[in-house]
Design a protein around this ligand. Structure first.
Ligand code: SF4
Length: 473
């Protein structure tokens, strides 16, 4: 299809197609005009799914129509990697990002693709296994914010401080739902192609495919080959094997929620069934089965009746809280430490298995940096005197990581056993004494020890009755 030829209307159940009223040349020209209208850099969210691929491709083709002197404003294509992306999908995304960077340079386009990662302290495994966060659900979806929004926020604010203002280009469509259409309309700036950003006053949003239907998107992708050498037919095949939907780069309220994702995390328990992995397995990627098993194991912990088995009766702050419905039921806290250890062991076993049966013998489901951070949290916050992470790692993987040995003053497992016996004898909660000793150890050698009193107070203020005692009372 050429730029001037209007696209044939797509065979669609939806009422109309964008191409009934606009030609692709018209859309390219709108993109070019907006690009040339100021110096604000563009940040394009790219998830590897059909909508964001369409947006990047439209921008690419539009900018190619400008002279090299006009193509000076940077266009950043950002893609967030949650570190728990579905392996096959992330390989495709990585491949496309590399192709985008190479082809943009060759074709003299100011487009640059970057991958964004969550901070290790906010990674999925550090929060779930390290801190004990329950696996995300519809009612407690902590992951999107920490794994996606925070990372893109940091990038956006960075560019804002460099350039004053930025324009985000997003692949959202009104036909996704009437709620989405309503939300998009509510941010529109009268008489402008741009909308306000829901959070940052210095960022504006441009949505070039807002009036596209799903069929329009596929029509465009299938009639216009990928300008960076990717394959839109492979993308279609991916959708066929993994159902529709995608987990986009979430940058603000504008972005569709990613719970019902196919391009999302392999470990996602926000959806009831992980159709993405199931679709891929059905399509011959049987080596992903251990991942599905692990994800289902985590999903199981969400069952109402199983929560008391897996989750602590105390909240993260050590206090108890009752449900508001008057049932006298406790709101459960983080995973019990014994289960955190079990989850780590099973995750490493899963990793070992997929390394053996899958195409990549070095595939990492959890990074060494995450293991170091989990170890630190367990030792400093969970009273893990045994130092379980290196032990579990060695038992499962048969090797050691370069564990930091500088643990001066750390208590050992032997001391932990001794403490347990002593506390039992005197009927004192062992965790209480362990926490107090840990505080004392952490402030050793410090000149100013004033903060130690409030920390001791916090520990003493935690709930130290057992669950049985609370229930009886
Ligand atoms: S795909 Fe699921 S686990 Fe991943 S960020 Fe989205 S909702 Fe959270």
């Amino acid at each position: 299809m050429t730029e001037t030829a209007p696209i044939e209307p797509a065979a669609s159940n939806e009422i109309s197609s964008i191409f009934d009223v606009r030609s692709i040349a018209d859309i390219y020209s709108e993109v070019r005009d907006l690009y040339l209208s100021d110096h604000r850099p563009w940040i394009v969210g790219y998830s590897g799914g059909k909508d964001s691929t369409t947006v990047v491709q439209i921008i690419w083709n539009a900018l190619k129509g400008l002279s090299p002197e006009q193509r000076t404003k940077p266009v950043h294509v950002i893609s967030s990697d949650t570190l728990v992306e579905t392996p096959v999908i992330i390989d495709t995304i990585n491949g496309n990002l590399a192709l985008i960077n190479k082809a943009a340079q060759e074709q003299g386009l100011p487009i640059q693709a970057v991958k964004l990662y969550p901070q290790i302290k906010n990674s999925f495994w550090v929060l779930l296994i390290g801190k004990g966060y329950p696996t995300p659900s519809k009612s407690f979806r902590w992951c999107t914010d920490r794994l996606k929004i925070k990372t893109s926020d940091t990038f956006i604010l960075d560019k804002v401080s460099e350039h004053g203002e930025v324009i985000l280009v997003l692949g959202v469509r009104k036909s996704e739902s009437s709620a989405r259409a309503q939300l998009m309309n509510s941010y529109k700036i009268e008489g402008s192609l741009l909308s306000r950003h829901s959070k940052f006053a210095q960022s504006f949003v441009y949505t070039p495919i807002e009036d596209f239907s799903k069929d329009d998107v596929w029509t465009y992708l299938l009639q216009n080959p990928s300008p960076w050498g990717g394959s839109n037919r492979d993308l279609l095949a991916l959708y066929k094997s993994a159902d529709s939907g995608e987990c986009p780069v979430v940058v603000d309220e504008y972005s569709p929620p990613c719970g019902n994702s196919r391009f999302g995390c392999w470990v996602c328990t926000v959806v009831t069934k992980d159709k993405a992995i199931m679709g891929l397995i059905d399509n011959g990627e049987e080596w992903l089965e251990p991942l599905l098993k692990y994800r289902d194991m985590l999903a199981e912990t969400q069952n109402k009746e199983k929560k008391p088995i897996y989750r602590d009766y105390k909240r993260m702050n050590g206090k108890i809280k009752y449900k508001r419905d008057g049932s006298g039921e406790l709101i459960r806290g983080p995973y019990k430490f014994e289960y955190s250890k079990q989850f780590l062991r099973e995750l490493l076993e899963t990793q070992r298995e997929v390394q053996k049966i899958g195409p990549d013998p070095n595939l990492q489901l959890i990074l060494p940096e995450e293991l170091h951070e989990i170890r630190r949290i367990w030792r400093q916050e969970k009273g893990d005197w045994e130092d379980s992470v290196p032990k579990i790692y060695r038992e499962v993987m048969g090797t050691d990581l370069d564990w930091i040995q500088d643990d001066r003053g750390m208590f050992s497992g032997e001391e932990g056993n001794l403490l347990e016996v002593t506390c039992q004898k005197h009927d004192i909660p062992v965790q209480l004494v362990a926490k107090l000793l840990d505080i004392e150890r952490q402030v050793q050698g410090m000149k100013r020890r004033a903060a130690v009193y409030s920390r001791i107070e916090d520990v003493l203020g935690e709930e130290w009755r057992t669950e049985e005692e609370i229930t009886k009372e």
